[in-house]
Design a protein around this ligand. Structure first.
Ligand code: TMP
Length: 209
């Protein structure tokens, strides 16, 4: 069986990290060889670009700077981690990928979606995730969940920003069949059960195809 590329997406407060754990546990139980990684990040240099992107600078960060930082990190991550793993037949579980760029920089920062699409095809060619689990949550619920956290430069954005981010994810979900939209406003255990079930179904499909 060849490698498969699984991504998880969602706003802050959607419970993404715990559910990445669930996907990984499910793959381990199924005896699948996989790596777990994240964006922005995944290589030492890409992690430095992540730190630069999330740092609360004393200067305004231009939306274009932010966009190019995430794609720079992605280029490095793809060539050093994701493509070699897939080529070796490993599965890749990635906490966020390019759908986040469309949601945060495209919809959140309102940058030109056509320019994002050009960068997407330049940096990743035809490569797309095989499945994307999107944890969808109302921004008001998400805000309550992260209220006590120490926040990075993205997390301090206002409600309007996160409303647009959610619209961006839902638009991508309508355009791409690989999306599974999961209602992350449900109780945590229900969300985890659904993530596990979707992962099991995906493994079955991969094994039979
Ligand atoms: P996370 O570790 O909570 O997922 O944080 C990563 C942050 O980076 C989150 O606020 C979303 C943001 N981000 C973008 O704005 N664009 C991107 O392309 C990616 C991958 C993440």
């Amino acid at each position: 069986m060849s490698g498969r590329f699984i991504t998880l997406e969602g706003s802050e407060g959607a419970g993404k990290s715990t559910n990445v754990d669930i996907v990984c546990e499910t793959l381990t139980e199924a005896g699948i060889d996989f790596i777990r990684t994240r964006e922005p990040g995944g290589t030492p240099m890409a992690e430095t670009l992540r730190d630069a992107m999330l740092h609360k600078w004393d200067e305004d960060v231009d939306g274009i700077t932010e966009l190019l930082l995430v794609f720079a990190a992605r280029a490095q991550h793809l060539s050093h981690v994701i493509r070699p793993a897939l080529a070796a037949g490993q599965w890749v579980v990635c906490d966020r990928f390019t759908d986040a760029t469309f949601a945060y920089q495209g919809y959140g920062r309102e940058l030109d979606l056509n320019k994002l699409a050009v960068l997407e095809s330049w940096v990743q060619g035809q490569l797309q995730p095989d499945i994307t689990l999107y944890l969808d949550v109302d921004p008001d619920i998400a805000e309550q969940r992260i209220a006590a956290r120490e926040k990075d430069r993205m997390e301090v954005e206002q409600r309007d920003f996160f409303v647009r981010v959610r619209q961006g994810y839902l638009a991508r979900a309508r355009e791409h069949q690989r999306f599974e939209v999961i209602n992350a406003g449900n109780p945590l255990l229900e969300v985890q059960a659904e993530v596990r079930q979707k992962t099991v179904q995906f493994i079955r499909r991969a094994r039979s195809g």
